[in-house]
Design a binder for this molecule. Sequence first.
Ligand code: GAP
Length: 477
Amino acid sequence: MTSPVAMPRPIDPADPGEDPGPSVAALDTIVSLAKRRGFIFPSSEIYGGINAVWDYGPLGVELKNNVKRAWWRAMIQERDDVEGLDAGILMAPQVWVTSGHVASFSDPMVECATCKRRYRLDELPGGESLTQTELRDPEIVTRLGLTCPNDGGPLSAPRRFNLMFQTYMGPVQDDASVVYLRPETAQGSYVNFRNVQQAMRRKLPFGIAQIGKSFRNEISPGNFVFRMREFEQMEMQYFVRPDAAADVFEQWLPRRWDWYVAYGADPARLRLREHASDELAHYARKAIDIEYRFPFGWKELEGIHDRGDFDLRSHQEASGQNLEYFDPVTNEHFVPHIVETAAGADRAPFTFLIDAYREEEVKGEKRVSLALHPQLAPYKVAVLPLLKKRPEIVELCHRIKADLKRDMMAVYDDTAAIGKLYRRQDEIGTPWCVTVDVESLEDGAVTVRDRDTMTQERIPVEGVKRAIMDRLEASRP
Ligand code: GAP
């Protein structure tokens, strides 16, 4: 997988360069299309919704599954050095003490004395560019004269708010039964390091990757699925010799950048941003974010982290279990270092959705299309009758669709005239439409229309599936 453009170096925070602007100006354009066409719905909507939780509809779940599959393919299936894992969401509570999450997985929160609204200090107007040191300063609100954006009321000094959700395990609800919903999948890979290494007879370097739900009680969630309280991550932990970590970090960075570009993210709207030393998470030695220019600004899409030996060393000390690796080549015992690639299984589809959105005028009419990568598109093909009143045409459509469905997501639609049917499929990103017309009954051929070029090609009915499969195969990065 190679990027069509050279990968840039991280931006200089003092001179971040020209802003390319978002590919879609208004977030609402995407939110309303997502709702209208069955990609993403507000959770529990009939009860007024629940803040920061979203449900994936019939097309959204296909898109998201395809993104997860593309990640799994690139990170596990096509590599010889990464194993998959699916660890539990609930873990021994000590895991989160050892990892540092109980003590320091928190954001700076301020509260308005009059309306009682709570905000993340670094997301308040005037607080966005504060350094981590400034965000910890108890005088910062007074010094900058920050007030409540809702009613102008006075704001409290910042206090740290822990983001982990708690629940109870078993029938007794007391302090001894507290467990946490995991705020990241990474810890499941660390506590299984020895299991995976021994079961799979792995030598360093190797990785453990997993996809799964994580939960964070975010103070100010929002921007649609960008920041949710229940979300999904796609994280990979790569275990290396201490002296290899810096090089391995540099290797994973372009791989992850290329993955976004290969699946449709516009490289002009991606950038790298390195964390300042006071911004680094407690575990990180170095961190570079891949950021995307969302309609609401440059924001993190994925983080690449050099975590040093913090994780395995901490778990070794707290558990009393030996998590060292014996290197048979050098005869050394050491605690492996970890390079992590931490992506979001909601932010990635969201980014691909935004970047795929197109509006143009065709024959005096507005055409909306989603130029999604064919591998990510919810439906690969739609089978459409030109005349639904002709039973032979409808019957042939169903036969073609039934054959296609054995290998891919295919759909039949006859609820409008052909022009409208094409527009509907364009709007949900279906790369190809197969149309059966009166002539098909005579010459045994159908029309295959391409979503992006709108060109049409006549091919024999028996060649339809092969043609679509070949196109899909050819599109694979
Ligand atoms: N294990 C390291 C870790 O969790 P992170 O930067 O906090 O790092 C990794 O999270 C990725 O998870 C982010 O880049 C983002 O894509 C996704 N993510 C984090 N918090 C999220 C939230 N509240 N809603 C949606 N996605 C989130």
